[in-house]
Design a binder for this molecule. Structure first.
Ligand code: ADP
Ligand code: MG
Length: 699
């Protein structure tokens, strides 16, 4: 049996110096790492052109014919060489500005060569500078006559002579030596079902494809495989959690839930809200552990669903917790939950970084005694001192602000983990949800409460600010309120802070008291001051709220109808969408004004255009995914599972769906992968899980 763990320094054509380079530049250590060095692109040498079919715009072409008539042309400095390339339909000139002399001596007239290179077209004639030249007889023997791989490279590799040609040669050797030892990793059933190439053929053809068709097949198989094992892992984890960690069983849909549902609601739930509640009830009533992601666009009414879910916990004698990413939001949840539940004898407390020591102590005590039923707060809830008597349900709002680590920390709060409901207003593209959150069940509120008016979104350049001010005045005179948001992405950035303060001053000049009152909220303020300012806005004492993105998440002031976003080109799409979601919460027509300078990057422009043309959170999330790539969305880069080498979550949606379905079916038929027919698969899977690297398994 061949050993795929052999260091590359033992390979023909590598040696210790090159091995060191390969390691430092491409992280290639062993033979198996070479197999997973997926080419970044291919040069198509499967096609031979005829000279009479060349077009002036042809880029790189390959021809076969004879070379003759070498000429040296003296120039001011040195000399240039030319030769005539000839085949049955015509001739072209070959040109060398360097190294022609050596070629002149090595090229034999009368022999047939394959040449390849970029064409020049000048004065009606074609020429090819510095063509790649190879004897046809050698070309035919090589493993790479079809489509040539171009491997990832670095400047250092090239400058130290590890050219693409050398990489190709090394891989050729590797394939000659190891090809027959490459083992199969999928089951016969799956291979048959999808008509896949064997693992061996797929690997060979991803490196040295004989045609575009077979390259596509090789890609398909390897992408599928990568996504399949990723899905298998996520689903397996989910099954394990469900089986091994029994959840609390909320058997009763009790008094409080029923009473609130029938008498406490001031509106009828949307069908989507009802459906999601049903899904949650099914989970928590079943005895398995709930780990559910609730996606719902801004304003879709997630809070009321959370409140009802908490009542389910309380009805069954458990405590519930709600954790939010900012103090303002935690505070707002606290107030709205307390208000909604005022008819009941339920104790609700708020715990944040700015809770007083005495308050904290009381909370800690009543929490452990069980007399405190619902705790709402920020990260402060995750501190070790915070111990529940019997936490039955933990709800995490706006998940993308929290890392995965924090999600699991909430679990540790109990001997037995509480049910977890993660809520997010940033719609996660389906592909990403299936991968980054593949271990969660997903519920979607895909319907807004009735009567909402679509928000009108416009883009205005800074030079139009006076008109925007005028518009603000008109709306304020109708009794509306306005947000003006500045980018303060790093709250410590002095520049941003200055922009905010300058902006505030110019607004204060334009909107003088006593006719106008202005609130200001930013991250450098003390929590109590923030709250004071927020509350003035909520109580309509101020008409304008100048703020940074601290108001991004969740804040609910239905009377506010204009959202002006300054330097909007500097915000990400999901942030813009979140901010816009702060308006359009009341009965009035609302507006979002995206201010920007004239200087816009291509991406910045695309983001603004997307916002102006779409209000669909999922559509916006898809554009965001395409612009930024999966690694940058929602902290998924830390999760490690997105270390994909060949599959692409933006492009390979369909393959991902197939992979997921196949994995689901497989696990339902053979949950432990113990059937003989799944032997390959289970071996690969086992070491994949151990090393978290699919590509370390090829034998
Ligand atoms: P989000 O999903 O963004 O957290 P909220 O829960 O804050 O949304 O709800 C937004 C607003 O919509 C709140 O004022 C809430 O009371 C209201 N709301 C929620 N559900 C409904 C409904 N079914 N019908 C009417 N209004 C609703
Ligand atoms: Mg919310």
């Amino acid at each position: 049996m061949k050993d795929f763990n052999v260091p590359v320094s033992y390979l023909k054509g590598v040696g210790p110096a090159r091995a060191e380079l390969l390691l430092s530049e491409l992280r290639i250590r062993k033979v198996q790492d070479l197999f997973s060095l997926i080419p970044t692109r291919y040069i198509d040498r499967s096609r031979f052109y005829k000279i009479n079919e060349l077009q002036p715009n042809s880029s790189e072409v390959q021809l076969v014919g004879e070379i003759s008539g070498f000429k040296e042309i003296k120039q001011k400095r040195g000399s240039r060489f030319s030769a005539v390339f000839k085949e049955s339909t015509g001739t072209i000139d070959l040109v060398w500005f360097k190294g022609g002399k050596w070629l002149k001596d090595s090229i034999k007239e009368g022999k047939v060569y394959v040449i390849y290179g970029k064409l020049n077209f000048y004065n009606g004639n074609f020429s090819m500078p510095h063509p790649e030249i190879e004897l046809l007889s050698l070309f035919e023997k090589s493993l790479r006559p079809g489509i040539q791989p171009v491997y990832p490279s670095t400047e250092k590799l090239t400058s130290r002579g590890v050219s693409n040609k050398i990489m190709c040669t090394v891989l050729e050797h590797v394939f000659r030596d190891f090809y027959s030892a490459i083992g199969e990793s999928l089951s016969k059933n799956i291979i048959k079902k999808f008509g896949f190439l064997s693992k061996r053929e797929a690997l060979l053809n991803i490196h040295f494809p004989k045609s575009q068709e077979i390259l596509a097949k090789a890609e398909y198989r390897l992408k599928f495989e990568e996504l399949f094992f990723m899905q298998l892992q996520m689903l397996h984890k989910k099954i394990n959690i469900n089986e091994k960690i029994a959840g609390f069983k909320f058997e009763l849909v009790g008094e409080k839930f029923n009473e609130f549902y029938s008498k406490g609601l001031t509106f009828e739930l949307t069908n989507a809200q009802k459906r999601v509640l049903k899904e949650i009830r099914k989970d928590v009533g079943s005895g398995i552990h709930m780990n559910r992601l609730l996606q719902g666009d801004v304003g879709s009414g997630k809070t009321i669903v959370a409140t009802l879910a908490m009542l389910l916990a309380l009805d069954n004698g458990y405590q519930a917790a709600l954790i939010a990413p900012t103090e303002i939001l935690a505070n707002q949840h606290f107030i709205s939950i307390k208000e909604s539940l005022s008819r009941f004898d339920i104790n609700v407390s708020l715990l944040t970084g700015s809770s007083k020591i005495k308050e904290r102590r009381e909370i800690h005590e009543s929490l452990e005694k069980g007399t405190l039923h619902i705790l709402v707060g920020t990260h402060a809830l995750l501190e070790d001192k915070v111990k529940f008597k019997n936490l039955g349900l933990a709800i995490i709002d706006e998940q993308h602000r929290f890392g995965v680590a924090q999600r699991s920390k909430m679990w540790m709060k109990n001997v037995k983990p509480p049910h977890v409901l993660v809520m997010t207003a940033t719609p996660i593209p389906r592909t990403l949800a299936m991968s980054a959150y593949g271990d969660l069940d997903i519920s979607v509120i895909d319907e807004l409460p009735p009567g909402r008016k679509e928000i009108t979104t416009v883009h205005r350049y800074d030079s139009n600010r006076l008109k925007v001010f005028k518009f603000m005045k008109d709306e304020i005179s109708k009794g509306r309120q306005v947000y003006v948001v500045y980018p303060l992405i790093e709250e410590s950035e002095a520049m941003d802070y200055k922009d905010l303060m300058d902006g505030y001053e110019s607004i204060a000049r334009e909107f003088p008291s006593p006719n106008y009152q202005i609130s200001i909220v930013h991250g450098r303020m003390k929590a109590a001051d923030k709250e004071y300012e927020m509350n003035r806005f909520v109580k309509r004492e101020t008409q304008i709220m100048v703020a940074t993105t601290v108001i991004e998440v969740g804040v609910n002031v239905p009377n506010a109808s204009i959202m002006v976003i300054e330097s909007s080109e500097r915000f990400g799409l999901s942030q813009l969408h979140q901010l816009r979601g702060r308006v359009g919460r009341g009965a009035e027509q609302s507006y979002c004004v995206l201010m920007s300078s004239y200087k816009l990057s291509a991406d910045g422009k695309k983001r603004i255009e997307t916002m102006v043309s779409s209000s669909d959170g999922f559509e916006i999330a898809d554009v965001d995914l395409k612009l930024r790539g999966p690694g940058n969305l929602m902290g998924t880069q830390q999760s490690g599972i997105l270390n994909l080498k060949i599959a692409n979550l933006v492009q390979d949606t369909e393959i991902l769906e197939q992979a997921r379905e196949t994995a689901i079916q497989l696990l339902s038929e053979d949950p432990n992968l113990s059937k003989t027919e799944n032997k390959n698969l289970s071996a690969v899977y086992a070491s994949f899980v151990k090393k978290s690297n699919l590509w370390s398994n090829i034998s």
